[in-house]
Ligand binder design. Structure first.
Ligand SMILES: [Zn+2]
Ligand SMILES: [Zn+2]
Length: 240
């Protein structure tokens, strides 16, 4: 992390005592590392199963029970509702370092719910959904890469940051009105830059949110064409 950012945050903490990032109530000592007050944290329900990537049904025991030929399983730590929406937004656009802790807690609580012994993730390679290089430069970091790192470290998995690359500079999906526009916007936007990192591999594809699913679908398609085997798309939050 940038030293200046650290110093700035340290000074801000002294000048302005930490407040809950969601409701602005002042945080008690033990809450300070989480950046959220107890009440707001309780509002976040952490899921316990994977989901079908076609109909978003819960999949008990992490097995495909409905759309058996769907091309990937969807893992989402929580639903994309008000509290989590504002947290992720700040994480993404302001690089609020205090948010890395609560977000990684959320993600790891979820993966532990899915697989207490971690065996579900054995023999997987972690790949973050890339940003186009112009976007990454503008933002200063790729939020998916930070989340991917948390998973790779926790489960001792290889991470391939450059396996997938984003060649086309797409508009932010949030600016587009309908699904058709979103799909055209994203068509052929991903390229597998390192095929040997993908061919024959099981992949955990990481992104921050899953709304229309168009971004992940595109990325999965590219990975599949490059010969990927099982794919789990893992995100912090999904819309219902
Ligand atoms: Zn709060
Ligand atoms: Zn289904």
């Amino acid at each position: 992390m940038n030293q200046l950012v650290k110093i700035k945050e340290f000074l801000l903490d002294i000048l302005f005592p930490p407040l809950c990032l969601n409701c602005s109530s002042s945080l008690q000592e033990k809450e300070k590392t989480s950046a959220l007050c107890g009440r707001c944290r309780e509002k976040i329900t952490v899921h316990t199963t994977l989901f079908c990537s076609v109909c978003r049904a819960r999949l008990p025991d992490n097995k495909k029970t409905c759309h058996k030929n769907s091309s990937y399983l969807l893992g989402a730590a929580t639903n994309y509702d008000e509290v989590i929406k504002s947290i992720i937004h700040r994480f993404k656009y302001k690089f609020w370092t205090r948010l890395e802790n609560p977000l990684s807690d959320l993600l790891l609580t979820y993966t532990k719910n899915l697989s207490p012994d971690g065996l579900l993730f054995k023999n997987y390679t972690v790949i973050p959904v890339p940003l186009h290089k112009n976007r990454e430069q503008e933002r200063g970091f790729n939020q998916s890469e930070r989340l991917a790192k948390i998973i790779a470290i926790r489960y001792h998995l290889p991470m391939e940051i450059k396996a997938l690359s984003r060649e086309k500079e797409t508009k932010p999906q949030a600016e587009l009105k309908n699904w058709e526009e979103r799909k055209t916007n994203l068509a052929k936007s991903f390229v597998v830059a390192n095929p040997t990192a993908v061919k024959g591999k099981n992949i955990i594809l990481i992104d921050d949110v899953y709304t229309s699913g168009a971004t992940i679908n595109e990325a999965v398609q590219s990975l599949r064409s490059a010969g990927a085997r099982k794919i789990i798309a893992l995100v912090l939050a999904k819309t219902k």
